[in-house]
Write a protein that binds this ligand. Structure first.
Ligand SMILES: Cc1cc2nc3c(=O)[nH]c(=O)nc-3n(C[C@H](O)[C@H](O)[C@H](O)COP(=O)(O)OP(=O)(O)OC[C@H]3O[C@@H](n4cnc5c(N)ncnc54)[C@H](O)[C@@H]3O)c2cc1C
Length: 327
């Protein structure tokens, strides 16, 4: 197809994550003409997870379209998940345009006009499965813009021999603290509350607790970073403000959906937290008829509400509703 031509689809799926793929599988099975538009690579969020990341879900809970996810590990690794979802996209020849970002969606009469950075499309229905991993929650403190401050963590080797502050108490922070410690970083965990999150993977929690008890990883509970410079970091603690030497800050304080995009395309979102985008929980249809939400984007700021394992069902709910209302 040449640039800027408008093609017609029954369904455009925005986002090529696990749930966007699940929607495509259902649409294909229902003989609907669909297209996935994904702004990055296939399963872009998973690709950008830490390299050695292990899922908390067992593999059968990450399955889509009843296709077995086989692994010999008790919990699958990121690399295996990339293999699994890529094989599904290839095997079922799911129609996918990668590195194509949807910029706007407008409803004209009964159809949607979908504008990407490359082309425009017309579709009868649109499914938004854009996740929440593109926008980090910021600390909003001086120095956050320095290159040494990272909101995504990839690989521990990079931090070997460095003084690293890890902010947060959830899975991402604890994984990063343990991995970088094991590659020779001097790690200080800065935690807003008074404990390691109870949601930390059950086989990882004793590990971090033992490293803290042994004095191998420092922890400051009930504390928050207040400023960062090239060489130091200032932290508000229960006993006052302290300043420590610091090379890197891993601010793994969570992510949030792209509310600006969702509002721009007309989805109602309350201003008050948890800012859950308006949708019918049975059909997943938003306040705009024919425009659906799928996957973890549905939770707004409640990013612990939806996972692959409990949101893959959205695909069946949406395609079932589309079929029941097809004219
Ligand atoms: C570190 C981590 C570990 C997790 N572990 C588990 C686990 O063990 N088990 C579990 O069930 N869940 C887990 N989750 C939660 C869940 O798996 C993920 O959030 C999952 O990726 C959600 O799938 P999704 O398809 O809804 O969204 P995503 O996978 O985030 O997919 C959304 C896609 O939309 C694309 N996109 C966004 N905006 C646009 C646009 N405008 N145009 C085109 N494309 C766009 C993005 O690039 C992305 O590829 C984890 C999450 C994180 C962050």
């Amino acid at each position: 197809m040449s640039e800027n031509t408008s093609a017609f689809y029954d369904i455009i799926i925005v986002g090529g994550g696990p749930i966007g793929l699940a929607c495509a599988l259902e649409a294909k099975q229902a003989n609907l003409k669909y297209l996935i538009l994904e702004k990055g690579c296939l399963v872009n969020s998973l690709y950008n997870y830490p390299q050695n990341m292990t899922f908390f879900s067992s593999s059968e809970r990450l399955e889509i379209g009843d296709i077995p996810f086989v692994t010999t590990n008790p919990k699958p690794k990121r690399m295996e998940a990339l293999e699994y979802y890529r094989r599904i996209q290839q095997k079922f020849e799911l129609d996918t345009h990668l590195f194509e970002e949807v910029l706007d969606i407008k409803k004209n009469d009964n159809n949607f006009l979908v504008e990407s950075n490359k082309r425009s499309y017309t579709a009868k229905k649109v499914i938004i499965a854009t996740g929440f991993y593109d926008i980090p929650m910021l600390l909003d403190i001086p120095g956050e813009g320095l290159n040494k401050v990272r909101h995504y963590y990839n690989d521990p080797h990079y931090y070997s021999g460095q003084k690293v502050i890890v902010v947060g108490a959830s899975n991402s922070s604890i994984d990063a603290a343990l991995e970088t410690f094991r590659k020779g970083a001097k790690v200080t965990l800065v935690i807003r509350g008074n404990e390691i999150s109870p949601r930390v993977k059950y086989w990882v929690k004793p590990d971090i607790e033992n490293r803290i008890a042994a004095g191998e990883i420092d922890v400051l509970y009930n504390s928050a970073l207040t400023s960062i410079t090239e060489t130091n970091a200032t932290i508000q603690t229960p006993t006052g403000i302290i300043e420590i030497e610091n090379d890197f800050v891993l601010a793994l304080t969570g992510y949030r959906p792209n509310f600006a995009f969702l509002r721009k395309i007309g989805i109602d979102i309350p201003n008050q937290a948890p800012c859950i985008p308006h949708h019918n929980e049975q059909t997943m249809e938003t306040n705009i008829e024919g425009l659906y939400l799928a996957g973890v984007v549905c939770g707004g700021l409640n990013t612990h509400l939806w996972f692959i394992e409990n949101s893959r069902i959205h695909a069946q709910q949406i395609i079932g509703h589309i079929q029941s209302t097809w004219d």
